[in-house]
Design a protein around this ligand. Sequence first.
Ligand code: ZN
Length: 170
Amino acid sequence: MKWVILLSLGICISTGAPPAKSGVNGAVSQAQVDTWLRNWQKRLSLDDWEIRAQIVRASELKPDTLGNLKWNSATKTATVHVLNPLDYDLPAPEIPTDIEYTVVHELIHLQLAALPRDPGNRSIEEKVVNRISEALFSLDKGPSYRPRTAVTRLASKERSSSEASRMAKP
Ligand SMILES: [Zn+2]
């Protein structure tokens, strides 16, 4: 069996939105994350991928990131890690929406994984991913939605080429 691993890397930087007025407590279950993942996987026509989501503590992510994506193009498997609400530096009512946004963001990275990647273009990819994510999220959430990306910078530590991270506010 021919074993090909597509190497590519994206680093994303985005901040959470300002506090919202709604009254959720910030808790997010694995089932909720799985629901978001299946929903957006279907919308993005990524049904040929086997994708799983995991809620992880900050210590399992690169510093100042809100999530990441690791994929294997040969086996069409991918894992999305999202930050545990316990480690979030956002008002509780904002956390569920932000985690859903991370799922969307990482799945768009997965779409782009089909393209050859130039290490010099990672910041451009981040901008593109954020713009598409914002557009989809705005459509989904309606006019009350406020953009979740306010700052974009390129992360300095990029190791694996089949990994993409969503960065927190510097
Ligand atoms: Zn990203």
